[in-house]
Ligand binder design. Structure first.
Ligand SMILES: C[C@](O)(CO)[C@H](O)COP(=O)(O)OP(=O)(O)OC[C@H]1O[C@@H](n2ccc(N)nc2=O)[C@H](O)[C@@H]1O
Ligand SMILES: Nc1ncnc2c1ncn2[C@@H]1O[C@H](COP(=O)(O)OP(=O)(O)OP(=O)(O)O)[C@@H](O)[C@H]1O
Length: 284
């Protein structure tokens, strides 16, 4: 039987860099909210022992695909813990809708959906906390997608405090450039000394993204997009880019601006979600 599972995107409503650890990773305070928009995945489990991907993602070899890596990592752990046999297998399909390298967390979300779906379909019985731990080795954003609730993330993104930001409507725009995360994190001019603040302080201060100045300086298209959107609504970079988002109180207001976007902008309208689509399906 083929099972369908959602793999939603996220926004970083704010992102402050508060330091850099000895291993080079940056400590952050960032607010994650999900989008009611994302990729769609299919899972067909079998007993043929192989993990197969139905379709390739452009420029991502199978062994590097976070979907394959998540499935392989879960299977290896489950065999070591004697929770499944070597014979478990699966064929996984993906309908890629989220732009890649866009700061919408597509790869991390795919990895989280894979961990959660296979945990259920292979009857492994791991807790969400155990899956989040496994996922952290695949990417800093995997735990938030595994936990599935909007949260303030601290540390390198793994220490989560649930919060309930207003579920606004967003016009999300992609500048048709991809920004690899290290390009931003390795920039010597990146702000790395934002003050550490409490949840209350953060929720009541103006929201911004410390990566935005570097993304605007190094990628002209990001700068152009933001200049255009800021004429209509408060707008910011998500994650390390390249996508930017403008926020609105209603769908109608977001769609009105969508009709005005010039042809060079790739955009979509989506609503913020406190609980991810994946977890809404889990609780049905
Ligand atoms: C900053 C965020 O976009 C916030 O959503 C994400 O945490 C980045 O997540 P990602 O793109 O999945 O990044 P990862 O694959 O975990 O890390 C890519 C690279 O970014 C740098 N990196 C990442 C996360 C972090 N807190 N500090 C870092 O310095 C590291 O050099 C790392 O090798
Ligand atoms: N299943 C996958 N989907 C998307 N990208 C993948 C996948 N597997 C591996 N990758 C690699 O990960 C890179 C980052 O993709 P992703 O879409 O997660 O970036 P992102 O949205 O910038 O993430 P973040 O917000 O976590 O920084 C891609 O350029 C690609 O090389």
């Amino acid at each position: 039987m083929i099972e369908r599972w959602p793999s939603p995107g996220k926004l970083n409503l704010f992102l402050f860099i508060t330091g850099q650890r000895d291993d080079g990773y940056h400590s952050l305070q960032t607010l994650f909210q999900f989008l009611d928009y994302g990729d769609e995945m299919t899972f067909a489990v079998d007993q043929h022992a192989h993990i197969r991907l139905l379709n390739e993602i452009e420029n991502v070899p199978c062994e590097e695909n976070l979907i394959y890596r998540a499935a392989q990592c879960l299977k290896t752990q489950a065999i070591a813990d004697k929770r499944c046999e070597e014979t478990v297998g699966v064929t996984i399909g993906i309908n890629k809708i989220l732009p890649m390298g866009g700061g919408l967390g597509g790869g991390s979300s795919n990895a989280a959906t894979t961990l959660i779906a296979l945990n259920q379909l292979w009857h492994l019985n791991y807790s969400l906390a155990q899956l989040a731990d496994l996922g952290l080795a695949l990417g800093a954003d995997v735990p938030i997608f595994v936990q599935g609730y909007a949260a303030l993330a601290e540390g390198i993104g793994e220490q989560l405090t649930p919060v309930q930001p207003v579920e606004k409507w967003y016009l999300v725009a992609h500048p048709n450039v991809s920004i690899p995360t290290p390009v931003i994190f390795n920039d010597p001019e990146l702000t790395r000394n934002s003050p550490v603040r409490t949840v209350e302080q953060l929720m009541h201060s103006p929201w911004s993204n410390d990566c935005e100045a570097i993304a605007r300086k190094r990628f002209r298209k990001v700068d152009e997009l933001l200049n255009w959107l800021l004429e209509y609504a408060p707008s910011r970079l998500t994650g390390t880019g390249a996508c930017v988002f403008a926020e609105f109180d209603s769908e109608a207001a977001a769609r009105q601006v969508l009709t005005l976007t010039p042809p060079w902008m790739t955009c979509f309208v989506a609503k913020g979600a406190t609980i991810s689509l994946l977890h809404r399906q889990l609780s049905e």
